[in-house]
Design a protein around this ligand. Structure first.
Ligand code: NCD
Ligand code: ZN
Length: 357
């Protein structure tokens, strides 16, 4: 990393948790990621979900077809675990480099998760296989019991399911995705080296009050839901700490504006247009710009045993305003819009266009 007073040059980052969707949305959102990030782990919660080698290869091809010319973005595709996922299919897909990892959604935990796992014991053989072959398990770590308060669902998942899972499968390599609580931070810190966690930009910027600021603001509704301020502060400390168990995963999750604004709004925040700038702002505010590069561009690759990127990007201290919404045409030629994170706000860091790759 090179740091001048108003500029930093860092190794090119990767996004270790991303929703690219499909069809017209995929084409509309992918350029934002591809212009900055070299690789991304792409989430499999499409409709229908990615549950076979065929579906994964076809999805990878559609992503490749939508990748803007002149960029060398590399998608890493994940398998969506279901109660009856075939071990043979998973192993073959992993060995053949089609599935990079497998994603565990407890059934009905979040957007497009109704085909997820209803009971962890049903996929215990899959966990044993993954442990044997070294395939990473990515977890949406929340319980789904409606009687449990939504703000407690991550902490209870850790106690009730994650601890026993790690006990029974000590060699399984796990990433606890988009963590939001002090409990998750503490658990990941003390349970290494086979577990790590991703942290989103939005959970570093917002707390649960932002969803209710002057009215009901569904643009700030995502899962896991943002927590109290003390959790946000702890997340900022964890992300900027220089500890290798925490790394970048945007969880950018676009939903059309009409679905976000519905009386039953979808969970998900679309942050890919200015994700690295959003993280840079946090690291700057915390006086930890020297740790931005390892969080964004090194710890994830090391955990996943991938080579570090060799090219770089340059960020400059330069104010700009974030677009209020992005418009594009859907498959039926209807106008669709998505509202980005930080819409209408000023950000103080910009990626310089002379990015070297
Ligand atoms: C994600 C989505 O929309 O696919 N939503 C979200 O709030 N983060 C799913 C997920 O990662 O939970
Ligand atoms: Zn996600």
């Amino acid at each position: 990393m090179e740091q001048l007073s108003n500029q930093i040059k860092i190794r090119r980052p990767d996004d270790w948790h991303l929703h690219l969707r499909d069809g017209a949305t995929l084409s509309a959102v992918l350029p934002f990621t591809a212009k900055v990030f070299k690789r991304a782990i792409v989430m499999p919660n499409l409709q229908p979900p990615i549950t076979s080698i065929k579906a994964a290869s076809e999805y990878r091809q559609r992503i490749s077809d939508s990748t803007p010319r002149g960029t060398d973005f590399e998608p890493l595709i994940t398998a969506y675990l279901t109660d009856d996922f075939s071990s043979k299919e998973l192993e073959k897909g992993y060995v053949e480099n089609i599935f990079f990892a497998a994603k565990l959604y407890p059934a009905n935990v979040t957007t497009n998760s109704s085909s997820g796992v209803t009971d962890l014991s049903k996929v215990d053989n899959i966990f044993s296989l993954m442990e044997d072959i070294g395939m990473p398990l990515l977890i949406h770590g929340e319980v789904t019991d409606k009687n449990i308060d939504i703000f407690d669902r991550e902490a209870i998942f850790i106690e009730k399911y994650l601890k026993p899972l790690m006990h029974n499968h000590p060699k399984l390599r796990i990433v606890l995705e988009h963590i939001t609580t002090i409990q998750a931070i503490d658990f990941v810190e003390k349970s290494g080296p086979n577990i790590a966690a991703t942290i989103t930009p939005h959970h570093l910027h917002i707390n649960r009050n932002d969803m209710f600021r002057g009215g009901l603001r569904s643009d700030f509704y995502c899962l896991p839901v943002a927590k109290r301020e003390n959790h946000r502060i702890a997340l900022r400390n964890a992300a900027t700490s220089g500890k290798s168990c925490f790394f970048l995963g945007t969880d950018s999750a676009p939903h059309p504006r009409y679905l976000k604004e519905s009386s039953c709004s979808c969970a998900g925040i679309f942050n890919s247009p200015f994700a690295i700038e959003s993280y840079a702002e946090v690291f700057d505010e915390e006086g930890a710009l020297e740790n931005l590069e390892s969080f964004s561009s090194e710890f994830g690759a090391s955990f996943y045993k991938l080579p570090l990127n060799i090219d770089s990007i340059t960020l400059a201290r330069k104010d700009h305003f974030v677009t209020k919404s992005y418009e594009f045409l859907d498959e039926h030629n209807n106008k669709e819009s998505v509202v980005p994170f930080h819409a209408g706000e000023k950000l103080r860091w910009s990626v310089l266009q002379d990015t070297n790759f």
